[in-house]
Every structure is written in C-alpha cells, then in structure tokens.
Ligand binder design. Structure first.
Ligand code: ZN
Length: 256
C-alpha cells in the first residue's frame, strides 16, 4: 500500500515536471475553463446569510436552476430573478485563489496571452490579470437596458426594493449572458484569435464536446494540450499531459 502511494506521487511529480517544461517552452499560452477555478475560491456560506433574505416569499424549489438564470426569468419574473441573484450570485467578497494568482503571474512574464472564462466573478481581474475574455460577461457591470446608464454593481444588493430600477424608470440588469441570450461577439472573436495563435492550451473542468468548448477547440491548431479535470472524461486521450487533480494542487506546484 505504501509503495503504491509513492508510485502515484512520483507519477504526479513527473507530470508536473513535464508541465513545467511545457510552460517554459511556450510563449502564447491560453487557459480555458468551464467552472471550478472560482468555486475553489467561493465560500458557499449561504446559510449564514439567510437571515438577510428569509423574510422574502420567493420559493426557488419550484424552478429549474437554468430558468432562474435565464432571460425569461429576468424579464418575466424579475422579483424571483433578483432574489435568486442576491442569494446565489453575490461574489463581491470572494478572493482570488492560487490559480488566479499564478495565471496573472504567467501573463506578467509574457507567457500567457489570454484567459478565456465562462465565470462571471471578476476574480482574474482581482488577481490583476489583464487579458480576460469573459464569454459570459461579468457581474461587475450593471446597466439600464433602456437608457444605457451604468451603475455600481453593489446596487443590485443594496437597492431598497425587490427589483432595481434606473432613474429613467427602467429595470437594471447585470451585464451577464444568461440562458437564452447571445454570447458577446467581441469576447468570442478575441478568444478565437487567441486560440489560433496559441502554442499551449490549458483546459480545466470542461467537456470538449459541450458548447462552447466544442466550438472553440476547432480554432486551436492542436499544438499542445494540458487537461486538468477531477474526473475522467472522454477527451482525456487528446491531452499531452493529463491531471486528474484539483487545479490548486497542480498550479501550486508550478514555478514562474
Ligand atoms: Zn435608464
């Protein structure tokens, strides 16, 4: 038993060494994920916050999670939408983790050309990354759909009524791409260009068969791919180096 543990550890160290070499040799790295980097940062502490919200009469159980973050819910049942948003999407106090910091460092030494993310929590920017392509936009911009005026994102949490309104009387919304909405064209095109020019593609926690990853991957020249995922996926065979570990464990070992 002891021997097999040593084997696993030495194998992990071998792969870290290969990964480190690959990073050292690469100058146009692109990092992409579905989710997960941020969830390692998030403190799912909704229970302690419930006292703020449990006086409200919205019951989420009767809705599908996708509906609660959809265009239909935002415009047809804004009270439900904003109640859910305030409870589940409040990332104002979440701090970047080691992966965000390491990626920012890689960019600083001119090795990383872009982070493509579907996360909306602004954690890369908090870690001082510059080229963050948010293909679902971000919670950090709030605007009026009618007159275009922008507001501090805090307003969605501090507004005194159920639904936040602009001075012009129209409803505010976060600049996030919700279900049923189009992905932002500019971020998407920038992601395609970054991928076409990249020499190392690092993918975290996504299935390459699911949109938009399956579309994005077509633009990559299949140079080198590192896949990091907690579970086995059908795409593992595409990886030059494969990790079935948590991201923090892998990135915590890298030096740059
Ligand atoms: Zn307005």
């Amino acid at each position: 038993m002891k021997n097999s543990n040593i084997m696993i550890d030495s194998d992990f160290q071998d792969r870290i060494k290969q990964f480190q070499d690959l990073i050292d040799q690469s100058n146009h790295i692109v990092f992409f994920w579905w989710a997960g980097v941020s969830t390692e940062s998030w403190v799912p502490d909704f229970r302690s916050k419930d006292w703020l919200y449990n006086q409200h009469d919205v019951q989420f159980e009767k809705y599908q999670p996708e509906y609660l973050l959809s265009h239909s819910c935002l415009y047809n049942e804004p009270k439900v939408f904003f109640e859910y948003y305030r409870q589940k999407m409040d990332c104002r106090w979440v701090k970047p983790n080691i992966t965000h910091k390491k990626l920012a460092q890689l960019e600083k030494v001119w090795k990383l050309s872009a982070v493509i993310t579907q996360n909306i929590d602004w954690l890369h920017q908090k870690a001082w990354s510059k080229n963050v392509l948010e293909i679902h936009w971000t919670t950090q911009i709030v605007y009026c759909d009618e007159c275009g005026k922008e507001f501090d994102p805090d307003i969605l949490f501090t507004f005194k009524w159920d639904i936040p309104y602009c001075d012009c009387g129209w409803m505010l919304r976060p600049d996030v791409t919700f279900y049923e909405e189009q992905l932002p064209q500019k971020a998407w095109m920038d992601a395609v260009i970054a991928l076409r020019n990249s020499d190392l593609f690092i993918i975290w926690w996504t299935s390459l068969t699911v949109y938009p990853a399956n579309t994005l991957i077509q633009y990559y020249g299949w140079n080198k791919i590192v896949i990091i995922n907690r579970d086995t996926t059908s795409q593992d065979r595409f990886a030059d180096i494969l990790f079935h570990e948590n991201l923090w464990k892998v990135f915590g070992e890298l030096k740059f």
